[in-house]
Design a protein around this ligand. Sequence first.
Ligand code: ADP
Length: 389
Amino acid sequence: MVEHQKAEAVLKQAFPELGDAEIALLAATATFADFSAGAYICHEGDEGTTLYVLVEGEADILVHADEEEILVDTIAPPAYFGEMAFLGETTRTATIRTRTDCHVLVLDHEDFLPVAHENPDLLRRLLRQIIGHLRRNDEAVIRELNVKNEALRRAYADLAEQEEMRTKFIATLSHELRTPLTSVKGFLSLIQQGAITGDSLKAVLDSVARNVEYMVGLTNDLLILYEMHPSAPDFVYLNLTDVVIEALNAAKGAMNGLETAVTLDIAPDLPLICADKRGLVLALRALIENAFKFNPDKKPIHIKVWNLNETEVAIAVSDEGIGIPENARQKIFEPFYRVEKEGGQHLFPGLGVGLTIARFMVERHNGRIQVDSHPYSGSTFTIILPQNK
Ligand code: ADP
């Protein structure tokens, strides 16, 4: 194809709204140029009088902000750039750097002016098309900015929520520690004064021991949460009944002598499963403690273990306690999240980390935790584990 015809074909693609005669006039003023990969065709801020149409290759549009280079777009034929030069604006608004070897068509304002002078219609139609193109570009940029703005807004809201949670957590932690510490301090001072002797001494020491154990439990939970890999998991073949019994023993402190309020339903044909006993006990213990805690009328809790299907076993802990509002059911697994009563009050003690740890431990077994709950009538948390026979 001779150069002139080639220029016409390129311009037709770039400016489809122009007629054949107008394209021919434009093509008469065009030349071609080649740039190798990585070359700069024009620089932001430079004076320029040429419009370029990409014929072959790919190029990047770059802008600079705070000494940082930002890639705005990557263009391919028949994209054109430098059109502001044709609108009389001569400063480049972006830098164009070739990504691959590029072949471009070049229209210079100076060569084009005499032709435009003779053909005011051509100038009008060309400008109309360039302006439409600029407007569509602006609209696309605005749409993209809106999307980014929304993402930023969400990230900011998340950060604000995390900050609020952190502040609440510090308040909760001080409260949770202050109560048992005050009690221990009071009892120790009475013992030091010799005010408690005989049988009462044993009861008071038991209470001190319980409080200390509670504080040790809190700090252990925090350590587990912050490390999230409390010790390398030790995967061995386990009997799930043993895991349930061990978790029940570990949760005794939360039961306040109501151990009899637990009913067990363990399927007789459970397979041994390959699991980390310590992790599973921690997870199940958190569910059992919650079932007792969020259960002010101390109604019985029920633990069921069964073969869910050919490949999975399930352990469910059900209570008839206060239940969990629907909008909180996913959040309760987040660190430090606790459902609040109206007015931001918490009616039950806790740091809001038990379920975070439970989920971490269960997911470490490639398992999952499901929650089913009805406000005011109770909750069922189900751990589902692969059998790994
Ligand atoms: P914590 O028990 O220390 O508050 P968790 O992470 O174990 O922390 O639980 C997070 C929150 O989920 C609790 O504060 C409570 O609001 C809710 N929750 C958990 N288990 C139950 C349950 N069985 N019944 C009602 N609410 C529960």
